[in-house]
Design a binder for this molecule. Structure first.
Ligand code: KG4
Ligand code: ZN
Length: 340
């Protein structure tokens, strides 16, 4: 089955074509960084308008790049949530309109299921059962994946998501949006052990996270120092190390609790170099296999939505004609019956 995927949950427009037989045929991504940078964060109304502007030309480009026509598309998957309501509606309306005109099935996909399944677009695809650590701008989730589509939440953040912590800390240090990649660049030349950031919630049992304290630690450290030339880089490195260590400590516990031997790390923060080094090391220590998406599919993209949607559409799942989006949506409430 050949499926068009559409991602518009936040500040990236993604369009892709995935074929359940031939694999990923084409994908395109447009980042709205230029639209939002001068505001220091995502402006929802501007995000929605930009998705509306970009979807049709991107669809034409994607079809051209894989030498397909609209009539080759047999199903359409779009991100129905979680995300910004206006941005979600832009993609949902486009997907439903197109599906109606082509008389093909359409399905709203869970954005985090897209992230969770993204490593399966690679040749060495993780097979369930596995544990998934999802670290994005809006969510930090530890999920036990008993089968594709069958998700149990083991732990989640009680306040800021990991990516959100990166973005807020970057702002405190005067770095531009989006903060994650900026912190990562700055941290490369920093001394991670100059400031001892806490490893929140690791000294008590459980698999939940809390990252808002790291922001406070950054603020007080930044204000208390005299601003030597390496201060910001040392704070960035210490902060990044604290996030990576904390995530790894919880994942070590999750692997022990579930007895699973495979770990998926996905979502925007999984593009982080230090995070990958930390988790590669954890993989060696525990003798487990760690899977990541390719760097370009760590952050939001259409390919993961086309893939997640294709599995469900091929299993016969589809939406009715009502256009629905879910700004908040629990991943463990999804129907489990995916056949492959
Ligand atoms: O998955 P994603 O593209 O969007 C959401 O679903 O939220 O994740 C975006 C988040 C942002 O918070 C961004 O700062 C963070 O991922 N991020 C990074 C890196 N690249 C993106 N954080 C740390 N290091 C990176 N290299
Ligand atoms: Zn995302």
């Amino acid at each position: 089955m050949r499926v068009l995927g559409i991602e518009t949950s936040c500040d990236e427009t993604g369009v892709a074509v995935y074929d359940t037989g031939a694999g990923l045929l084409a994908h395109a991504l447009h980042s709205q960084i230029d639209v939002h940078a001068r505001f220091g964060g995502v402006v929802p109304e501007l995000a929605s308008r930009d998705h509306v502007r970009k979807l049709a030309p991107m669809l034409r480009g994607v079809l051209r790049s894989c030498d397909n026509r609209l009539s080759d598309i047999q199903g359409i998957a779009y991100t129905a949530g979680p995300g910004l309501v206006g941005a979600l509606l832009a993609g949902a309306a486009f997907a439903h309109g197109l599906a109606h005109s082509l008389t093909v099935p359409v399905l709203g996909v869970h954005h985090m299921e897209g992230h969770l399944l993204a490593p399966r677009l690679e040749t060495d695809a993780p097979e369930p059962p596995f544990v998934a650590l999802l670290v994005s701008g809006g969510h930090t989730l530890l999920v036990a994946v008993d089968a594709v589509g069958d998700y149990r939440i083991l732990g989640e953040t009680l306040d800021d998501a990991a990516g959100e912590a990166f973005d807020k800390t970057a702002k405190l240090l005067g770095l531009e949006y989006p903060g994650g990649p900026r912190i990562s660049e700055l941290a490369r030349n920093g001394n991670a052990s100059r400031f001892r950031f806490p490893r929140p919630m690791t000294n008590r049992p459980g698999l939940d996270f809390s990252f808002s304290g790291l922001k406070t630690f950054t603020r007080t450290t930044f204000q208390a120092q005299d601003g030597d030339s390496s201060l910001r880089a040392d704070i960035a490195a210490g902060f990044e190390a604290a996030i990576c260590d904390t995530l790894a400590i919880k994942c070590r516990r999750a692997m022990a609790a579930t007895g699973m031997r495979r770990l998926v790390v996905a979502g925007g923060v999984s593009a982080n170099t230090r995070l990958r080094a930390t988790f590669n090391q954890l993989g060696e220590q525990l003798d487990i296999t760690v899977y990541y998406p390719r760097p370009q599919f760590c952050t939001d993209n259409g390919a993961m939505i086309a893939y997640a949607g294709a599995l469900r559409l091929a299993a016969g799942q589809e939406d009715g004609s009502a256009i629905r989006v879910y700004p908040r949506w629990d991943i463990d409430s999804l129907p489990p019956n995916i056949t492959r």
